[in-house]
Design a protein around this ligand. Structure first.
Ligand code: DGL
Length: 275
C-alpha cells in the first residue's frame, strides 16, 4: 500500500474492462500531467458489454478494493458499461475513502449544455444502451434533447482485434451508422471508451454533417474540477509521475495494443482479481 502524508499526492485510480479506458487515462494524463495514475484493465472478464449487471458489479467492487489498497484519492470508472451497471454501487461501496467519477454524468451534462432541443445519437455496448441510463438522465434534464441510441456490439471485438483503419472496419462502421435509429442526428456520442480509436473513420463517414463527441476530454475536465474543488490536485515538480498499469489477465497482444490506446509505451503488470 502506498502511504503519503499529503492526500493530494495520492494516485488517481482508473478502471475499464480492458484497455479501452486507456483513451480516457491518456486524456487525464494530458490535462493533469503531475498526477500519478493506477490503471486496472479487467482483461480476464472482457467484454463487459455482454455481461450481466450483477457480474459487472461484482468485478467493479473487486477492482475498487485493489485501487483503494493503492490509496487512490479518486476512482474513475473509464468504462461506460461499468458506469451504467455499477456507478451507484461503487459510490456506496467506496464511501468517503475516494471520490468516484463515472463516464455518464459528465457526458449528460455536456450534451444538455450544447444540444438542448436537438437530436443527438449515441453508440455503445449492449449493456450501456440496454440499461437506458443515458436516456433516463438526459430526460431528467428536461431540455428537449432527442436521444437516438444504438447498441453496436461488433465494434469492441473489432477494435480489440486491431481492425480500426481498413476496409473491414469501414464496412461495419458504415452498416451501423446507416441504421434508421441514427438518421437526422446533429451529433454522435461515442459512449464506449474503445470508440475514440475509430473516431477518424466515423468522421470520414459523416463528412462534417454530424459532430462526433469523444467524451474523454469532458471526463478528464470533470476529474480536474473534482480534485481542484477539494484541494486534491497533485503538486507540480520533480520528474514525471510513474504510472502503474495492471491487467487481470496478461497477454502479449494486450501489451502491444496498449501503446495504441495510451499513445505511448506502457508496461502491463499481471494482477489477478481472484487468486
Ligand atoms: N470500454 C467499455 C465501455 O466503455 C466496453 C468494452 C467492453 O465491452 O468490455 O463500455
Amino acid at each position: 500500500m502506498t502511504t503519503s502524508s499529503d492526500p493530494a499526492a495520492r494516485p488517481i485510480g482508473i478502471f475499464d474492462s480492458g484497455i479501452g479506458g486507456l483513451t480516457v487515462a491518456r486524456a487525464v494524463a494530458q490535462r493533469l500531467p503531475h498526477e500519478r495514475l493506477v490503471y486496472f484493465g479487467d482483461t480476464a472478464h472482457l467484454p463487459y458489454g455482454e455481461k450481466s449487471t450483477a457480474a459487472i458489479q461484482a468485478y467493479s467492487v473487486k477492482i475498487c478494493d485493489v485501487l483503494l489498497r493503492q490509496n487512490c484519492k479518486l476512482i474513475l470508472i473509464a468504462c461506460n458499461s461499468a458506469s451504467a451497471a455499477a456507478y451507484e454501487l461503487v459510490r456506496e461501496y467506496v464511501g468517503s475513502k475516494a471520490i468516484v467519477i463515472g463516464m455518464i454524468d459528465p457526458v449528460v451534462s455536456y450534451v444538455g449544455q450544447h444540444y438542448a432541443g436537438r437530436p443527438v445519437g449515441l453508440i455503445g455496448t449492449k449493456q450501456t444502451v440496454g440499461s437506458n441510463i443515458y436516456r433516463k438522465k438526459i430526460d431528467q434534464l428536461d431540455l428537449g434533447v432527442d436521444l437516438h441510441a444504438l447498441a453496436t456490439p461488433l465494434l469492441v471485438p473489432m477494435i480489440e482485434e486491431g481492425f480500426f483503419n481498413g476496409r473491414v472496419s469501414e464496412e461495419i462502421i458504415r452498416a451501423y451508422l446507416a441504421h434508421d435509429e441514427l438518421q437526422h442526428i446533429e451529433s454522435l456520442v461515442l459512449a464506449c471508451t474503445h470508440f475514440p480509436l475509430i473516431k477518424p473513420q466515423i468522421e470520414d463517414y459523416y463528412q462534417g454533417r454530424v459532430a462526433v463527441l469523444d467524451p474523454s476530454d469532458v471526463v478528464a475536465a470533470t476529474v480536474a474540477e473534482a480534485l481542484a474543488a477539494r484541494q486534491l490536485l497533485a503538486p507540480a515538480g520533480g520528474v514525471g509521475p510513474a504510472h502503474h498499469f495492471y491487467v487481470s489477465d496478461f497477454t502479449r497482444s494486450f501489451e502491444e495494443s496498449t501503446r495504441i490506446f495510451f499513445g505511448q509505451e506502457v508496461q502491463l503488470e499481471h494482477y489477478p482479481l481472484w487468486e
